[in-house]
Design a binder for this molecule. Structure first.
Ligand SMILES: CC(C)(COP(=O)(O)OP(=O)(O)OC[C@H]1O[C@@H](n2cnc3c(N)ncnc32)[C@H](O)[C@@H]1OP(=O)(O)O)[C@@H](O)C(=O)NCCC(=O)NCCS
Length: 182
């Protein structure tokens, strides 16, 4: 079986060298019984209709914006001329939804605690903060490593989030804090 490189590395770090006991990123009963830790892959995807975001801005204005997006996200979606891009906000909303789909929190989460950050080269990453709901979600989900990608064009915006999590979460047993920041 072929595992993603990150999974294989993580597996090696956890001293689980017998890849036969991993199926589709999920440990088998045999490996669980042996108490071994294995990585699992979580993926989430979301598609947002940009006119819905435009309508929310028109109807609720700042109340909508500041309830869903961080100041940094709003700034990143505002042009030098001061125009707010509903298209780019929609992509960030899709990313937040993709995170929730992938990590499936058992509780409601403040979307501002899942902050889409723009790196110097324009690539997105996610800042879950260090102490709030986002940080707890990350820790509860046992995220070891993750990546997000956005796209937007006209009426639609979309995002994919993929995370490698430790085995304990997949098995529904105890949860592990990894200290991962994104
Ligand atoms: C990054 C790139 C793939 C974006 O593609 P696109 O079809 O124009 O735009 P999309 O709607 O699909 O994606 C836009 C999102 O891509 C993401 N993005 C931007 N730069 C990125 C990068 N270097 N790596 C990964 N993702 C990137 C951002 O999240 C962006 O959303 P935002 O502008 O709201 O922050 C494209 O600009 C590219 O190939 N850039 C790298 C090469 C380059 O800079 N060439 C310059 C011209 S030769």
């Amino acid at each position: 079986m072929i595992l993603p490189i990150e999974s294989a590395v993580s597996c090696a770090e956890n001293n689980c060298m017998d890849s036969d006991v991993i199926e589709g990123g999920v440990a088998t009963d045999a490996s669980r019984a042996q108490g071994r830790m294995f990585p699992a892959v979580r993926v989430g995807i979301d598609l947002v209709h940009v006119p819905d975001v435009t309508a929310s801005i028109a109807e609720f204005g700042d109340r909508y914006l500041h309830r869903v997006y961080s100041p940094g996200e709003i700034a990143a979606c505002t042009s030098d001329r001061g125009d707010l891009s509903a298209e780019r906000l929609a992509a960030r909303f899709a990313a937040k939804e993709a995170v929730v789909k992938a990590l499936r929190p058992a509780y409601g989460i403040d979307y501002r605690s899942i902050e889409i950050v723009r790196e110097a080269d324009g690539a997105p990453s996610i800042d879950f903060g260090t102490a709030g709901a986002g940080a707890h979600l990350l820790a509860d989900s046992g995220v070891i490593s993750a990546s997000v990608s956005l796209t937007h064009d006209g009426e639609y915006a979309s995002a994919v989030y993929m995370a490698i999590t430790d085995f304990s979460t997949t098995a529904g047993t105890s949860q592990t804090t990894t200290g991962a920041a994104r």
